[in-house]
Design a protein around this ligand. Structure first.
Ligand SMILES: [Zn+2]
Length: 207
């Protein structure tokens, strides 16, 4: 199920003219790449969305016990230049946690939208020593923490020449990074028992 396109930087619904589907107009951020999303995910839908994407569709591999993919968001057509995979599952100390993995080309502002940062790219936020890392398609990717709201934790790094953002709700759910989280690019392989779950709250930026 596809619904209205939103701004990658704030999640507001955009005006998109049929003759220019690759460009949207946000009343706050002017011309942006429209983000589309689906809240009901199916394996063939994931394959269709990611097949011609220009950026990776990262998902934890293996998925932690009880975790599932809860939604996808993408922007830039043809061939997504920004891709989001949302996951949710049980938090270690009770309650539930959410994870958003976003890959985007520079200049779009999607990861900053999730983190609540004003710019479009992390800039000097990735100076100094990294504090965490993931193993993305087998390669170690250092991650830097970025300042964000108290209800979440956000990290950014670079993989395949584009930004890799990782945002968790609540903040302590960043425990996922404690033991070298592995990531699989769904463009390579959507395995048949990839667990799928109901929509979660933080699929779109600005929420
Ligand atoms: Zn906006």
């Amino acid at each position: 199920m596809s619904v209205s396109a939103v701004c990658p930087r704030c999640g507001e619904v955009l005006v998109v003219r049929p003759e220019t589907p690759g460009e949207g107009w946000c009343h706050l951020h002017a011309a942006v790449i429209p983000m589309h999303h689906t809240v009901v995910v199916a394996h063939d839908e994931i394959t269709a969305i990611t097949a011609d994407a220009r950026v990776p569709a990262w998902v934890p591999d293996p998925m932690a016990a009880g975790w599932s993919v809860t939604g996808l968001a993408w922007g830039g057509e043809p061939g997504a230049r920004a891709l989001v995979v949302a996951c949710a599952g049980p938090a270690p100390l009770g309650g539930s946690a959410e994870l958003v993995l976003a890959a985007e080309e520079p200049g779009i502002g999607l990861g900053c939208g999730y983190a609540g940062l004003p710019g479009v790219d992390p800039g000097e936020l990735i100076d100094g020593p990294s504090t965490a890392a993931v193993k993305a398609a087998g390669q170690r990717v250092p991650l830097w923490p970025v300042p964000t709201g108290d209800d979440r934790a956000a990290f950014v790094g670079e993989a395949y020449g584009v930004w890799l953002w990782l945002v968790t709700w609540p903040a302590p759910a960043a425990w996922l990074l404690a033991e070298d989280l592995g990531l699989l690019d769904l463009r390579e392989r959507v395995y048949p028992d990839l667990p799928l779950g109901p929509p979660s709250d933080h699929l779109l930026p600005g929420s």
